[in-house]
Design a binder for this molecule. Structure first.
Ligand SMILES: Nc1ncnc2c1ncn2[C@@H]1O[C@H](COP(=O)(O)OP(=O)(O)O)[C@@H](O)[C@H]1O
Ligand SMILES: [Mg+2]
Length: 368
């Protein structure tokens, strides 16, 4: 809607019909203005209930409800609480009535008879103010709508991310089991057959025997590789023995592969965690370890898990170069963002603290 073109209403209140006609005529010269007239304070009150006015021109002296009293009542009403009121007063109005006027909520005075130019320019100022106000209110409403839309779309994206993660985790679990079971069983079968052949080979066929032994070794290595692959997709220990055991296993595996010393401190008793929470905590732990290898240049890691009143607290500390504040705020730090998002559905949070040259400490809290 184009508010610049909208009609603004001005209320003129005067018991003298000639004054009202003069006012209407003058104000009618202003563009896009509708002049509403009232012959008494009471009528003014009725008008104010029906419409919003940009400004009210109020004759101070009227029989019955006088201008000051009418202004006071207008100010008491929610709809007209902020409508500016200009009093029209006799030329030699005394000081006490001026004070009364301001108390009743006057914003200005014009002496009667008003000079056409002064009247028009004063009213024009308030009309302009009124239009700007309306525009502002509309902009605020629009912005609120936009904010609401953004918030909703953010909620939907979050829900989608949670869903995709769950789907991926299920898929990984399934593939991990299939690799482990089917491939593992097939390899065991091949190994037994190879053994059978080896046992029946004539002693003098040394070349064949060597080949058969080499094949057995290759099969053993493959079995091991399959086991690792399956565990990397979804460690069995997480589903069977729980988060603490899985973290312990992962830390050991990490130490073996990376050569970085890993000290793990686990509570004797861990409250039972559902699959979603333990999966989230475990994947975050893996991501933290990956980051340490990639970025920290650390030689030692301390891992601790506690169950605190706020929930489960996992702390991972390295003695590397220390994560920088810039990395924490960087919208490209997708790993960090992913970790933060992972705990949000549970109302959890992650705190990163980096000390240059001393290391990084990460605390993951997941309410249980
Ligand atoms: N343990 C750490 N020590 C030092 N810097 C780190 C550590 N973990 C993360 N960072 C910094 O934070 C950045 C963002 O990490 P992340 O979002 O996981 O992205 P990526 O690992 O893909 O670079 C990294 O590029 C690195 O600069
Ligand atoms: Mg990373």
């Amino acid at each position: 809607m184009n508010t610049m073109q909208s009609i603004a209403s001005v209320l003129a209140v005067d018991d003298d019909p000639r004054s009202l006609t003069a006012l209407s005529g003058l104000l009618g010269e202003l563009p896009a203005i509708r002049v509403v007239t009232a012959r008494s304070g009471e009528e003014a009150l009725r008008q104010v209930l029906q419409s919003d006015f940009a400004v009210i021109l109020m004759d101070a002296r009227m029989p019955g409800l006088d201008g000051f009293e009418a202004a006071r009542l207008i100010r008491e009403r929610e709809r007209s609480r902020h409508t500016p009121i200009i009093f029209l007063t006799g030329a030699y109005e005394d000081l006490s009535s001026v004070t009364r006027g301001y108390e009743a909520g006057a914003v200005d005075y014009i002496a009667k008879p008003p000079s056409p130019e002064i009247l028009k320019s004063k009213v024009a100022v308030f009309v302009e103010l009124h239009r700007k106000n309306i525009k502002l209110v509309q902009e605020i409403i629009e912005r609120k709508h936009v904010e609401e839309d953004l918030r909703r779309s953010q909620d939907r994206l979050r829900a989608l991310a949670v869903h995709l993660q769950a789907v991926r985790e299920e898929e990984w679990t399934r593939i991990s089991r299939e690799i482990h079971d089917q491939l593992g069983q097939a390899l065991t079968g091949v190994k037994m057959d190879m053994r059978w052949i080896f046992d029946r080979l004539p002693k003098e066929e040394t070349a064949l025997q060597e080949k058969a032994l080499a094949a057995c070794t290759l099969i053993d290595d493959t079995v091991e590789a399959v086991r690792e692959l399956s565990a990397r997709l979804r460690p069995e220990v997480l589903d069977q023995l729980g988060l603490a055991a899985a973290i312990d296993w992962q830390a050991g595996d990490f130490q073996r592969r990376s050569g970085i010393r890993c000290h793990v401190s686990l509570p004797a008793q861990v409250p039972p965690l559902d699959r979603e929470r333990s999966t989230a905590a475990f994947r975050i732990f893996q991501e933290l370890l990956t980051n340490i290898v990639r970025h920290a240049a650390a030689t030692r890691i301390d891992v601790a898990m506690q169950s605190a009143p706020g929930g489960l607290v996992l702390t991972v500390e390295d003695n590397g170069r220390g994560i920088e504040a810039a990395a924490l705020d960087n919208p490209d730090s997708l790993g960090l963002i992913g970790m933060r998002e992972r705990v949000l559905p549970f109302g959890g949070h992650i705190d990163f603290t980096g000390q240059r040259g001393k290391g990084t400490r990460v605390q993951v809290t997941i309410p249980v």
